[in-house]
Design a protein around this ligand. Structure first.
Ligand SMILES: Nc1ncnc2c1ncn2[C@@H]1O[C@H](COP(=O)(O)OP(=O)(O)OP(=O)(O)O)[C@@H](O)[C@H]1O
Length: 212
């Protein structure tokens, strides 16, 4: 707050997520959904609480190591480099890497990944500034998947997409959850796309079930 005072947006959030689950978090604008996802990713310095992955406390991880396992994907994809291939390989040039990232994948491997993920329509040498919003969103997801996170935090990643591209992104997320056993937590405002295993609503008292 401007005068230095503090305001609690929500409290008492208690959430356990299984491998391969897709959890949707909804709630009115400003209730703290993005704040919650950034807290899970240890990107929010104002949040307090306890996080663990497979029972191992987040305190055992450096923030950077934690984020290789618990990856936050913002609504607006940030792709770095000139081509799709550059953007996909970007994490492999970073100083802090997951062991799975020690070798940058070659072109063949990247092409196989894009095909597997239903992104074969996006050529590897395509300049990233020529990608549509939907294509950029899918490349952003593919890049994150290459680093083999265990949890994906997707912050309204389909909000700005047309129905066809939103459908492709939703299919991609379902594929990741089913075949890679990645746990996915999505913040969404859009209509139910049928892939969530649970939908939770965030309010000042915590997370509550909407369905089931
Ligand atoms: N850096 C900040 N400084 C002060 N207040 C902030 C900051 N970031 C967010 N807030 C406040 O925290 C609250 C939660 O914001 P957050 O973006 O998490 O909400 P949200 O539920 O994701 O909203 P939306 O659905 O509109 O994206 C809001 O009241 C917002 O004004």
């Amino acid at each position: 707050m401007p005068n230095g005072s503090k305001k609690t947006i929500f409290a008492h959030v208690d959430l356990t997520v299984q491998s391969g689950e897709i959890i949707d978090i909804t709630g009115p604008s400003g209730c703290g959904k993005s704040t919650l996802l950034t807290a899970f990713a240890r990107l929010n310095r104002y949040s307090t609480g306890q996080l663990a992955l497979h029972g191992i406390s987040a305190k055992q991880y450096s923030p950077a190591k934690w984020r290789t396992q618990v990856a936050y994907i913002p609504q607006q994809p940030i792709l770095i480099g000139e081509t799709v291939a550059d953007a996909l390989r970007m994490p492999f040039g970073m100083r802090i890497r997951h062991p799975a990232q020690s070798h940058a994948p070659n072109d063949l491997k990247l092409e196989q990944l894009l095909t597997t993920l239903g992104c074969a329509d996006i050529e590897m040498q395509r300049p990233i500034h020529e990608l549509s919003g939907g294509q950029a969103a899918r490349i952003s997801l593919a890049r994150t998947l290459l680093t083999k996170p265990q949890v994906l935090l997707a912050d309204e990643v389909d909000a700005a997409l047309d129905p066809d591209n939103a459908y492709l992104v939703s299919q991609l997320l379902q594929h990741i959850a089913t075949h890679e056993h990645v746990s996915i937590i999505r913040v969404r405002h859009s209509a139910d796309d049928g892939i969530a295993t649970r939908t939770l609503i965030l309010n000042p008292e915590g997370l509550h079930h909407v369905n089931q």
